[in-house]
Design a binder for this molecule. Structure first.
Ligand SMILES: [Ca+2]
Length: 392
């Protein structure tokens, strides 16, 4: 193995391992993007301020954000005689340069039999304010400069699991519906619980010293979530190649070895085909179609033969596409991105001499055009100077 190939392999391996570590294939409670310790709020009686974890999931039209707390909201004794306090729960993430937060503010009210009374039983108010916000950070820090509500969203409190759950429209956070958004990532994931009276959303806030509890931060985020398109099945097939440019002679086949990796969630059936190209060239794919098991790679051999009478230096830019068969349904999902292969065709040896010295001379001129132009310019300037001197 050459040093260059070794380096390419090494960089590829490093990239692959960081990718695997950084991105969860599908978020759920057992593999959350944001994972926090319990009992880290300094007040064990207030488990509903203590973040356990947060994770992401999706349908074809929405991203579902979940936030699990250490314990249920206090309802009876623990908050007796305390002030009514609005809790502000937020899960933060970034999509393609724009920062968002899924947010809900829950007001605690002393109530008895539906009416608010002092010193009574604490219950959660009926109407919770579920929101999507756009977030501005002080550049490169954890400090939030401002949060702007950009729309209401639907939300639900799942009391059985102590989980707050937001349903965000993909379009509202810059993610196309169905497979249009596939491959986009939610990055810089983290979560916080704030006292909305002391630290309201329109004030500057730093989770490190103002939040009741926080899990990860903007500069020390949790894992990324990769959009799968329709949720559940990640049609993640990746093309790669060590050398995407090959030289060959007219009439002689060149060969590309494309690696096709299944980094998705299931075993997939994949078809391969070239995008439209100059049909005087011969292009063969082997295989044209195959099954790739989850986590496995296959080799796709692409053979390209230029026509015999090809003009020296002609380049064929060939784009190879892939179609992944859907697990459910008869549709297909394109491999993104496709892979581009460049074949440079040279005149076969011996034939280049047939034209005699003239084509060689022209070829040499073309190859050294810059040097020749420079030399001509120097000579021209010298002549001008000479002429001026002679006239004096
Ligand atoms: Ca915690």
């Amino acid at each position: 193995m050459s040093i260059r190939n070794f380096l390419v392999l090494l960089i590829g391996l490093l990239f692959a391992s960081s990718f695997t570590l950084g991105t969860a294939l599908a978020g759920d409670e057992t593999n959350p993007e944001v994972d926090d310790g319990l009992g880290d709020t300094g007040d064990s009686t207030r488990q509903f301020q203590d973040i356990d974890s947060a994770w992401f999931d999706e349908t074809n039209t929405s991203v579902i954000v979940s936030m699990k707390m250490a314990g249920p909201p206090p309802s009876v004794q623990s908050l007796l005689n305390e002030d009514i306090t609005p809790f502000d729960y937020e899960v933060y993430f970034e999509v393609e340069g724009t920062n968002y937060a899924a947010c809900v503010i829950i007001e605690y009210a002393a109530s008895l039999g539906g009416s608010v009374v002092e010193g009574g039983v604490y219950n959660l108010q009926d109407s919770w304010n579920w929101e999507l916000r756009e977030v501005n950070y002080a550049l490169g820090t954890d400090i939030i400069q401002s949060e702007t509500p950009i729309g209401g969203v639907s939300g639900i409190y799942r009391s059985q699991n102590v989980v707050l759950e937001w349903t965000l429209n993909k379009e509202d956070i810059g993610i196309g519906e169905d497979f249009a958004g596939r491959g986009k990532e939610l990055v810089n994931t983290w979560a916080a619980v704030w006292d909305a009276t002391e630290n309201p959303a329109n004030s500057q806030r730093n989770p490190n010293n103002q939040a009741w509890d926080y899990a990860n931060t903007n500069t020390n985020p949790g894992k990324n979530y990769r959009i799968t398109g329709r949720g559940g099945v990640d049609y993640n097939i990746i093309f790669s190649i060590d050398d995407d440019e090959v030289e060959t002679y007219g009439g002689t086949a060149a060969e590309f070895i494309v690696r096709v990796e299944n980094n998705g969630t299931h075993k997939f059936n994949v078809d391969f085909f070239p995008r439209e190209y100059d049909e005087k060239w011969l292009v063969e794919l082997n295989p044209n179609s195959t099954v790739i098991t989850k986590g496995a790679s296959i080799t796709l051999k692409v053979t390209v033969t230029p026509p015999k009478d090809v003009v020296n230096g002609t380049v064929l830019v060939l784009v190879i596409e892939g179609n992944i068969h859907e697990i459910e349904g008869n549709g297909t999902v394109p491999v993104q991105p496709p892979i581009t292969l460049r074949t440079v065709a040279l005149t076969p040896p011996g034939e280049s001499d047939e034209g005699g010295w003239w084509p060689d001379f022209i070829e040499t001129l073309r190859e050294n055009l810059a040097i020749i132009a420079g030399a001509i310019a120097v000579v021209a300037i010298a002549i001008i100077i000479l002429v001026v001197l002679v006239r004096r």
